[in-house]
Design a binder for this molecule. Sequence first.
Ligand code: ZN
Length: 251
Amino acid sequence: MNNKNYQTYQGVKMVKSERKEMLSTWDQFKEALAAFAQDLTIVGHAEEATISPFDEPKDYGQYSLVQIPENLEEDEFKRKMADIDTILITCMDKRVARPAWVAEGGGNKKIMILAIGGGVVQNQQRHNSMEIIASYLGKFNNVSQVVAADHDCICGAVKFFLNSLGLLHDQGLPGLLKVDPGDKAEKKLMESLIAYGAQPWIKAFGADKVIAKNAEVDETNHDVNMVVVDLSQAEPLNIEQLAEQLKQRQD
Ligand SMILES: [Zn+2]
């Protein structure tokens, strides 16, 4: 067995030929992304228009939810993807999507943005959709970097997932932790959630192309600080495991 044929990351070991067999189709990709189509209702802004993955995110203060436009065919999508340097997965948050895009070189670099509620941090059902999305996009070898991100200072999606699991707090994760939004305890857990959420992208693109980041929210400057999550240190944690930990703390 030649080790060069393996992409290894935290127990995920695959022969390259197996990766090929698993690639999703365009229809599976579109269907998977449609799983996030209602995300604007989570934040009570169902009326806002979505954007295409090749658009600039909306200005600070507006949500940027990415969906595939109805009239976009696979040929055109592939043509647009051929120019792309970077894929940025980020939360659609009105304080995060635009600053994260700018911080990653949007406007200079060709960025394909996947802005959805929670970025790479998802509950298990939506994480499965992300695996399909990552698998489809993994075929575009011209992409040199994938930024797998979410943010602290209360991600509304994380709050929504925890609420769905019976953990209600209007301050979301920091409220449940009994710390201020942006506290290092929130950051540490967000980094673990991001480390888990980065895994489908590492599987699809290889560990050398994927960089996991926490967008530290800076509301005073209408900016974010894109902090690299050290994947050799952050213990991957999913939403369901986090909920279990928080329930045990409450007991
Ligand atoms: Zn968020």
